[in-house]
Design a protein. Structure first.
Length: 307
């Protein structure tokens, strides 16, 4: 059996996953580039593979159909918007995800972005390093309102952290865990209510046709001038040009962007603003999350290849 492994963090903190593959008789190849594989690279590298452990690299219909021996797709993470599930199903290819493996890490990162933006941690640090010791007045987090768009596993964990700051929690989701909402004092809200009322907005939605540009110019116009928007979910949920313009004009307080449609973003204006914190799609990049995802992705792969 031959397998391609594309996530660059795979096995970095847990070499034991390679032993698992060897014991199962699997011949594997790793992503030896410095970034995400292109569509052309995926087609070439999957040519003789029976399985793939995939990160955010492209697995559209053309890539999948070019991989004639492909039987198993094991997602290293939970988002499957880079995988053509319909083509995979037509081919009878099994698809699995590492549900819950990185939820705590992403929730931590989302909350970190909110805190850092509210208190302007990066601008203060930059000034202090240049011997500028003037105080900068910032905004509060405690007792403010947070709006969580997407209330699955990660959204719930963000709510738990926010409640530790005595925040009022508004949440939106297409599918409600009614018992959890009632038990934990969560306020069900429409997206519009969240855009108008929330001081902090955290995105945890999947990228689907109906969620693309979920936050656009009209939604940004609804927000408070002190609002902070954080996206640790998927590029494409926010119209990036509209958000960039709102940040340049200080129509909202700040944004934390761990994900972009194009990574890194080609528009260099993003790198000139003090009211944005940019991440390299690294919200899930902790030793604990990498261990969990590596183990689960490997177990899922082996199970589906041999059953």
């Amino acid at each position: 059996m031959k397998v391609l492994i594309t996530p660059r963090s795979y096995g970095k903190t847990d070499p034991g996953v390679f032993e698992m593959l060897k014991e199962a008789g699997i011949d594997y190849s790793l992503n030896d580039t410095a970034g995400i594989l292109s569509k052309e690279q995926m087609i070439e590298r999957l040519r003789d593979c029976n399985g793939v452990i995939i990160g955010v690299d492209p697995l559209d219909g053309e890539v999948i159909n070019a991989a004639e021996k492909l039987k198993v797709i094991s997602k290293y993470g939970v988002g499957v918007d880079n995988i053509d599930l319909e083509t995979a199903a037509q081919r009878g290819i099994k698809v699995s995800r590492t549900v819950g493996a990185n939820s705590e890490a992403v929730a931590d990162y989302a909350m970190t972005l909110m805190l850092a933006l509210a208190r302007k941690i990066l601008p203060i640090d930059a000034r202090c390093r240049n011997s500028d010791w003037k105080k900068i007045t910032t905004i509060d987090v405690s007792r403010k309102t947070i709006g969580i768009l997407g209330f699955g596993a990660i959204g719930k964990l963000v709510a738990q952290r926010a409640q530790g700051f005595n925040m009022r929690v508004l949440a939106f989701d297409s599918y409600w865990d009614e018992e959890y909402v009632q038990k934990n004092g969560i306020i069900k809200a429409s997206p519009e209510e969240i855009f108008r009322e929330a001081d902090f907005i955290s995105l945890h939605l999947p990228l689907l046709p109906e969620t693309r540009n979920f936050i656009d110019a009209d939604q940004l116009a609804m927000m408070k001038p002190t609002a902070i928007v954080v996206n640790t979910a998927r590029g494409g949920l926010i119209n990036e040009e509209a958000l960039l313009q709102a940040l340049k004009e200080n129509r909202i307080y700040g944004a934390g962007m761990d994900v972009f449609m194009e990574e890194p973003p080609s528009n260099k204006e993003w790198f000139t603003l003090e009211n944005v914190i940019i991440g390299s799609h690294c919200a899930a990049s902790t030793t604990g999350a990498a261990y969990n995802m590596g183990r689960m992705a490997t177990e899922n792969l082996i199970r589906d290849l041999f059953n």
